[in-house]
Design a protein around this ligand. Structure first.
Ligand code: CTP
Ligand code: MG
Length: 407
């Protein structure tokens, strides 16, 4: 291995026409679940944090299209340098075109098929790690599970007859990216002992008698060749996405609200979204529903959006006498507009009255409906202690859980 600083680049070959896929555009432009194969392949390479430079080989007629598409997909400051060059009429020629476009100082190269655009970044990392630890050539491969037989005829010939059975334990299905010391791959191409049509870079290197190491491949690094493969890849992608999803980090909030009994009015008590006849009402700019207000404050607190006062102004005339339900609805709208979903709220009414009793479920339903999220309501007294115990007012304590839906 050369003494130069380890400096790997990647070549993504994407110049094929995709004859077997049969689309009306080059295969790498075909979309898999809405994203072109080449964009997926480039993103995967970037995510692997392995190569500093990525050279994409495109069909000569589409270099400009590829360049624009990739630039749009990766944004203005991609963490790697990306260039698009014209590929050749065979895969081997396309690899050679990529090799020629590598920046000076590149010591190692990962040659990857755009057609294997669902390759997990961890697989790219394994190949990269083997190069870093001294491999001159390394390929990802999977053990085969089918028994493989040799037959008399080539592809699609119905009348083929079996000529032998191979020892499966020694067979591997080979994938990409394949990693090489740049000089080794250049020499292999110069020697070209395969005849210009190698579909596997390692085969050229093997022909030079250089050791090729093997790291574990992945089912998800499948090659998209036929329309059926596209369907399979989409299924794989769905499963993979479930596994790879970044964890959702929920956020909690807490709030307390207190309102004094309104001694100067006969208005009935409005609390927990219900009216309680014959209980003394609470005073406040709005209807004084401590339960609803504590819920709103807890939800806003969880979303990091301040509190009720900040949004609904305690002196704003439009909220004079406003119901707890209205605050709940508007709070829910606000946090959803900020990109949060409400998980649930737990709220506790603190006071000697009203007795929730049979109306607990009714109150929970009203509160949950207004917030459009589950609200769990409980109640406690303070055993006669404090302002609540004396019946001077009511309090409520709420916690809320929200989680971001976009980030
Ligand atoms: N490839 C390339 N240049 C070519 C031929 C192929 O860069 N002249 C690339 C393809 O774009 C693909 C990879 O090599 O990413 C593997 O080739 P394959 O899956 O065979 O793709 P196509 O050649 O496009 O498909 P087909 O053989 O069905 O035409
Ligand atoms: Mg091909």
């Amino acid at each position: 291995m050369s003494q130069r600083v380890f400096s790997p680049a990647a070549i993504i070959v994407a110049a094929g026409s995709g004859e077997r896929l049969g689309a009306d555009q080059p295969k790498a432009l075909v979309e898999l679940a809405g994203i072109p194969l080449i964009v997926r392949a480039v993103r995967g390479m970037i995510q692997s944090r392995t190569a500093r430079t990525v050279v994409v080989t495109a069909p000569a007629s589409h270099v400009r299209d590829f360049t624009t598409l990739i630039a749009d997909a990766v944004g203005p400051n991609p963490p790697v340098e990306i260039s698009v060059v014209s590929g050749g009429s065979t895969r081997q020629e396309s690899v050679l075109a990529g090799l020629r476009a590598l920046p000076p100082g590149t010591t190692h190269v990962l040659v990857h098929d755009a057609a294997r655009c669902t390759t997990p970044p961890s697989q790219i990392s394994r190949v990269h790690a083997a190069l870093k630890s001294g491999s001159q050539a390394v390929i990802p491969a999977l053990a085969v599970t089918d028994t493989i037989k040799t037959v008399t005829a080539s592809d699609g010939d119905e009348s083929a007859q079996v000529t032998g059975t191979l020892d499966r334990s020694k067979l591997r299905a080979v994938q990409t990216p394949q990693g090489f010391e740049v000089e080794v791959l250049r020499r292999a191409h110069d020697a070209d002992q395969v005849g210009g049509d190698a579909t596997d870079d390692a085969a050229l290197v093997e022909a030079l008698g250089i050791r090729v190491d093997v790291v574990t491949g992945s089912q998800r690094a499948m090659k998209i060749t036929t329309p059926d493969d596209l369907v399979r890849a989409e299924l794989l992608l769905g499963e993979g996405q479930e596994r790879d999803l970044a964890p959702i980090v929920p956020q909690t909030g807490i709030a307390v609200d207190v309102h004094p009994v309104n001694t100067g009015s006969d208005a009935p008590l409005c609390v927990a979204g219900l009216t309680w006849p014959e209980k003394p009402g609470l005073s406040g700019h709005s209807d004084g529903d401590v339960v609803a207000h504590a819920i709103c404050d807890a939800v806003l607190s969880a979303a990091g959006l301040g509190d009720l006062g900040a949004h609904f102004g305690t002196s704003a005339p439009e909220y004079a006498g406003a119901s707890g339900e209205r605050f709940l609805r508007e709070t829910a709208q606000l946090v959803r507009a900020e990109g949060f979903q409400i998980g649930n709220v737990a709220v506790q009414l603190i006071g000697p009255f009203p007795r929730l009793g049979d109306r607990r479920m009714e109150a929970q339903q009203v509160l949950s409906q207004a917030l459009d999220a589950p609200v769990f309501l409980t109640a406690t007294t303070t055993d006669g202690l404090g302002f609540v115990g004396r019946g001077d007012g009511l309090a409520a304590l709420a916690t809320a859980l929200v989680y971001p839906t976009s980030s």
